[in-house]
Design a protein around this ligand. Sequence first.
Ligand code: NAP
Length: 226
Amino acid sequence: MTGHTIVITGANRGIGLELARLFGQRGDRVIALCRTASPALAQTGATVIEGVDVAAADGPESAAAELGDTRVDVLINNAGILSQESFEALGDAEALEQMRRQFEVNTLGPLRMTHALADQLGRGSKVALITSRMGSIADNDSGGSYGYRMSKAALNAGGRSLALDLAPRGIAVGIFHPGFVRTEMTGGNGHVEPAEAAAMLAERIDRLGPDSAGRFFHANGEELPW
Ligand SMILES: NC(=O)c1ccc[n+]([C@@H]2O[C@H](COP(=O)([O-])OP(=O)(O)OC[C@H]3O[C@@H](n4cnc5c(N)ncnc54)[C@H](OP(=O)(O)O)[C@@H]3O)[C@@H](O)[C@H]2O)c1
């Protein structure tokens, strides 16, 4: 799939930046949404729209207004945040606020962006939700990380509904874990570089269709348990 219009949130760094680079290099038109641009993003040649905070009151709607009547072939909801809350922190007001913030960004952000861009998405369009394996309830064998796990589990639940609700419009919604990736989010720890994760995600997105929509996949193609 090349020559398409790809919209990516959180495209200024990390996995989003590498997705912008990859799709641009293969001949797609990339519209990179971000709060603040970066020199690396500018170098990709993407059209950059700054000031898009997916959790802000008018963030998704302002992005939609900027896009105007642009037909969006692929929307990649990549922007996300991680903070760590232990069991001990659950009585702490600051930790609870971080948990609410993760829900705003990680869960409501992708749902609101997808809804706001509904007029730009059409038959044959695709929506990718970049979730996390940490949102898998079945896979949780280490506890902790309450806000992140819950926000991504809730994103997965919302993603399944989106897939069902948008299928009649011919829009496929994919739910993808990028792998454990060396970005600022992980403090540079991980199994793969952002460019490798982006390449695997692009393959998942290319293959996304009615059969894989609404299911939870690792970027490497393995289906993950809810
Ligand atoms: N790295 C991993 O191992 C891993 C594993 C599983 C899932 N993920 C998911 O992959 C996605 C990308 O993560 P990453 O590793 O690339 O993280 P990252 O390097 O920390 O980048 C996060 C991106 O999200 C943006 N962002 C954060 N809050 C935002 C908001 N309110 N509005 C708009 N943009 C916002 C950041 O922009 P600013 O620069 O403005 O903050 C940045 O561009 C996230 O959804 C993450 O949960 C990552």
